[in-house]
Design a protein around this ligand. Structure first.
Ligand code: HEM
Length: 477
């Protein structure tokens, strides 16, 4: 990758006359070509590394800089790395920034025109329609679904006479998939949850990485093997969505009304229902956005507890004091301040959505830097959440930062695990409630330890998962 300075250097022109000028200009031309080839080669190597694991490519200097212009394959990309820049791109001038084509390409085959990817009037209408699904008044009911599903998982763990081992990333993903399906669609998934899990793993394998052809600006219709491998995963996914939809239609009119009923009962100004393909896309989007991130948060939280025994001790102390051995309920959440702080701090160091990519529609200026129309913007919460200007001891896991007395010290827009502005996560409060309750329930009864010899490595692709899952030994407290 080449910075703006190197690009300017490559374009420097030398004005000369006569034969020596011809020789010089030939050698200058050769040197410019060489610089370009070298920089293209470096860019290519950089992209290959980014495709493999994007969090490994951010240079150390980024953790102290506020805006980094990067010239890459004839395009400008700006890493916006300050609270003020985030505020401008995501809040005050958000209308000038759309989700970038690369990001859309990765998710489009699975999520179509659902809320996560749609733009403009369609997004406004669908967001307005979806907001009530995660309104605060619904949270107590959702808490009950969460704790019941959590208890079922713990009951299964208790059937093991002694410690046992499993990949908790898989366990948590199945658990949160079942929870979001019950909350949003009123549907218990049964065995289909495994089909969904497999489909998503296959989809991540084929589409989870940035495609080099897309970065090079080649059209999306160009054939590539990963696309049809991903298609098979989408077909699997769609079969389960169709099963959920059938059940939803059968139960229409029944209370309590859920998100699926809201989609099915929608009528536009002309009295037309929502197109079936859009109902499918909204279901896919809410399902995917609503479970993967929460499962990842839990996985990282347990890794942090193992690495920080003093934090684990304080967490246990709070759980024992507030709950006294009984299962947590919605009413307990305001008293579980340390438990919630462990979740908040986990989301700082391991944000499941670790990067936001946007494209500028018109020209803009951020922190004095001109942003030409069409430029790509990257906001990486992985870097921003560890930025030396905005965080004291940025690399240290310290849940205390998020305890009530310390919250005002946190720089607004330097902490964006749920995004910001109009496109802020629809399920922010649900995701926080779910992670806090599940962490409390599990940590109350069990201690989780990474399998000896397994190296935990964060892998930044579509989301920030631990590479190769999280094999953990589960033992009673
Ligand atoms: C800890 C859990 C969660 C995290 C960290 C998380 C994170 C995020 C982030 C960062 C975005 C913004 C993406 C962007 O601006 O490009 C987002 C959007 C979204 N999230 Fe979540 N999320 C979580 C849980 C949930 C849950 C439980 C739901 C279910 C309702 C959900 C539904 C959505 C939807 C529908 C969007 C798209 C919103 C829009 O564009 O209008 N998320 N999430």
């Amino acid at each position: 990758m080449e910075t703006g300075g190197a690009q300017a250097h490559a374009k420097k022109m030398i004005v000369m006359t006569g034969a020596s000028a011809a020789e010089s200009s030939a050698s200058h031309f050769a040197s410019v070509m060489l610089t370009q080839i070298r920089s293209t080669w470096n860019t290519f190597r950089h992209l290959v590394r980014a495709r493999e694991n994007v969090i490994t490519v951010w240079p150390k200097s980024y953790y102290r800089r506020e805006l980094i212009p990067v010239h890459c394959l004839n395009r400008w990309m700006f890493v916006v790395n300050s609270p003020a820049g985030v505020q401008q791109v995501m809040v005050s001038n958000a209308k000038n920034y759309r989700k970038s084509p690369g990001n859309t390409q990765m998710l489009k085959p699975l999520l179509g025109n659902g809320l996560f990817l749609s733009e403009g009037e369609l997004w406004t209408r669908q967001r307005r329609l979806s907001n009530p699904a995660t309104h605060g008044t619904r949270l107590p009911g959702y808490a009950q679904i969460i704790t019941t599903a959590g208890q079922a998982m713990l009951a299964e763990w208790r059937t093991h006479p002694g410690p046992h081992e499993e990949d908790v990333m898989e366990t948590f993903t199945l658990l949160t998939a079942n929870i979001i399906s019950q909350i949003m669609f009123g549907y218990k998934l049964g065995d289909s949850v495994h089909t969904l899990y497999e489909a998503f793993v296959e989809y991540q394998a084929s589409h989870g990485r940035m495609h080099l052809l897309e970065f090079l600006g080649l059209p999306s219709w160009l054939p590539r093997p990963s696309l049809w491998r991903g298609r098979k995963a989408v077909d699997k996914f769609d079969r389960v969505l169709a099963e959920i939809l059938r059940a939803g239609k059968d139960s229409e009119g029944e209370m309590p009304e859920n998100f699926l009923h809201m989609l099915l009962s929608f009528r536009d100004e002309e009295g037309k229902p929502m197109e079936p393909s859009l109902v499918r896309d909204e279901m896919a989007s809410i399902f995917l956005a609503g479970h993967e991130t929460t499962a990842i948060t839990l996985g990282w939280a347990f890794c942090m507890l193992e690495r920080h025994p003093e934090v684990e001790r304080q967490l246990h102390e709070e759980l024992d004091r507030v709950l006294g051995g009984r299962a947590p309920a919605f009413a307990d959440v305001p008293n579980l301040t340390y438990t919630r702080a462990v979740i908040d701090e986990t989301l700082r160091l391991y944000p499941p959505v670790h990067a936001f990519t946007r494209q500028a529609i018109g020209a803009d200026e951020i922190s004095g830097q001109k942003i030409p129309a069409g430029s790509f913007i990257t906001i990486t919460s992985w870097v921003l959440h560890r930025h030396t200007l905005y965080w004291e001891e940025p690399d240290v896991f310290k849940p205390e930062r998020f305890l009530p007395g310390n919250l005002q010290k946190i720089n607004h827009h330097a902490y964006i695990p749920f995004g910001a502005g109009a496109r802020i996560c629809l399920g922010k409060h649900l995701g926080l409630l779910e992670s806090t309750l599940l962490l409390a329930m599990i940590a109350q009864s069990f201690r989780l330890r990474v399998r000896a010899g397994h190296v935990v490595e964060p892998l930044g692709r579509m989301t920030l998962r631990p590479r190769g899952g999280l094999p953990m030994r589960i033992e009673r407290r």
